[in-house]
Design a protein around this ligand. Structure first.
Ligand SMILES: Cc1cc2nc3c(=O)[nH]c(=O)nc-3n(C[C@H](O)[C@H](O)[C@H](O)COP(=O)(O)OP(=O)(O)OC[C@H]3O[C@@H](n4cnc5c(N)ncnc54)[C@H](O)[C@@H]3O)c2cc1C
Length: 204
């Protein structure tokens, strides 16, 4: 799947006075199509989210990192959250792909017969997770049994995704469902039943 981001140019002190976020907390909200943001050390607002289409066959291409429609949507959501940003310059727009296992469960493993170690499936929460998985792989390679190698993700095996075109249909249908649920919830001020049913199906 893809996650895309935008960032403003460094903002003036007056704009920051209106926006807040003095201690630079990361922030999100309760919408189904996930968003995330943070005030950067150099005074920008960096903001990202889901909503980019899934590409048939889990295809990855550098051009998918730049989807003008999704970047415009992110800028508009951010201004909606912080109206003081109306008219500010956005200097950056980028994105990248995320590995999403069928059960949304990251895993680390080592196959001694081939010597291949695998760490994967961070579902977009990979900065700390990649470091932890790297340390876990190191312990596996050294043949040690430690609290890291005893974590439930070691040796975990995720089910396979459905074959195409079912995968394409399923992922894009769920993305569309979440986008529609966010609009409905905003308009009517109550949880979307369709989205709630889907989250229950996922075990949330
Ligand atoms: C838009 C976006 C937003 C994200 N936001 C968050 C977030 O807020 N929080 C979070 O925890 N995670 C986030 N993630 C996920 C996180 O960035 C990744 O999970 C994490 O960076 C993975 O770390 P890594 O070291 O495995 O891979 P990477 O950070 O991708 O590092 C791999 C490195 O290897 C280099 N490389 C590749 N091939 C070769 C080669 N053949 N030879 C030499 N070098 C090579 C690459 O250039 C790269 O520098 C986000 C991802 C995206 C795309």
């Amino acid at each position: 799947m893809y996650s895309l981001m935008v960032a403003t140019a460094p903002l003036s002190d007056t704009t920051w006075d209106s926006v807040g976020l003095e201690s630079r907390p990361t922030f999100s909200d309760e919408r189904h199509l996930r968003i995330y943001g943070q005030r950067t050390a150099d005074g920008r607002l960096a903001f990202g989210g889901r909503g980019a289409p899934y590409h048939f066959g889990s295809r990855i291409d550098p051009s998918f990192d730049r989807d003008g429609r999704v970047h415009a949507m992110l800028r508009s959501i951010l201004i909606d959250l912080f109206p003081a940003l109306e008219g500010v310059e956005f200097s950056h727009a980028w994105g990248g792909n995320l590995g999403v296992p069928r059960d949304w469960y990251p895993s680390v493993s080592l196959d001694r017969s081939t010597g291949l170690a695998v760490a994967r499936g961070y579902v977009g929460d990979g900065v700390a997770t990649a470091a932890l998985s790297g340390r876990t792989v190191a312990e596996l390679v050294l043949g040690r049994e430690t609290e890291l190698t005893r974590l439930p993700w070691t040796g975990h095996s995720s089910p396979r995704w459905e074959p195409e075109p079912l995968r394409w249909l399923g992922v894009n249908a769920v993305t569309a469902l979440f986008a529609a649920a966010d609009v409905t919830e905003r308009r009517f001020g109550r949880p979307s039943r369709a989205a709630a049913a889907f989250w229950r199906l996922l075990g949330h």
